[in-house]
Design a protein around this ligand. Sequence first.
Ligand code: SF4
Length: 361
Amino acid sequence: MRTRRPTIPIRLRDIVIGGDAPVSVQSMTKTDTRDVRSTVRQIRNLADAGCDIVRVAVPDIEAAEALAAICRESPVPIVADIHFDHRLALAAIDSGVDGLRLNPGNITRREHLVRVVGRARERSVPIRIGVNGGSLPEDYRPEEPLPDRMVALAMEQVLLLEELDFRLIKVSLKVSDARATIDAYRLIAARIPYPLHLGVTEAGPPLTGAIRNALGIGILLNEGVGDTIRVSMSGDPLLEVEAGREILGSLHLASPGPRVVSCPTCGRTALDVPGISARVTEFLRTVKEPIRVAVMGCVVNGPGECRDADVGVAGGDGKVLLFRGGVFVRSVPAEAACDVLFEEIRAVLQRREFKHDNEQR
Ligand code: SF4
């Protein structure tokens, strides 16, 4: 049984991070923040995909001011990502952001940080101390291993914020290596009571990004460490959210949502498993309900997996076997398999909605 590491919770609008709150999923917009329309559109798409919190880059004062409209229109909490210039942090708070991310390596003057912390306290805006392995000062404890250096830098900042009587703190220690990430978070988890934002950063394109993050984030979450996650990858941010949700679902830390079970295919395959499973996955992208759909290439393992699914198909001899609620229903022509699956999925979701509505009455 996994024991969650106890932490002092913080709140960003209606999302609580830490304590016994569910682990939340974050992502970051990849638009120009000054382009409010595109940024809000991307935030809404992320929210629809299951993203709980969205971070936006604030490279200049125009972007900081654009945050006012973005925050107003965003359905989820917005975190401003600030580097180098403390005035951008102040402007972002004035624009109404729900959280700040500061990199302790690059806001160096204490008086600047004091001003930001003072304004954040006035508005109850939590601050993430976001240490990034790639931006540690070169001469900072060069003789120590990277995880130790990152933790030491984060601890300096934690102590500084505590000295200023500020405790709406969250910490991240990101680096592109999954093993170093795990080591760093394990170290800091034993030293502070604040929530941890997990992620492996600069993790590469979607496939490697998903694998490195699943390992780094997944191993820590499975040890009870971590309160919010961001899967970082070079590509569509919707994939980051999908991967994050999949990590939580796989560890039973969140409702699994829709799950497509499909076989790897082999010489027995009698069905376009890759094509159909990709179309079904796309079809389910905006569905939040837990529904299990099996797409299996033949009758070797097909009926077994379909028996555990709400809806399933298994390739047969020139036909496809359709299962509903684990029970064989009928055979359908192979070319109709996808359309029949969509119909069955819609029917399952409608039945659930009907049942749910009746239970509410
Ligand atoms: Fe091969 Fe059938 Fe297994 Fe798919 S279910 S991998 S087609 S044996």
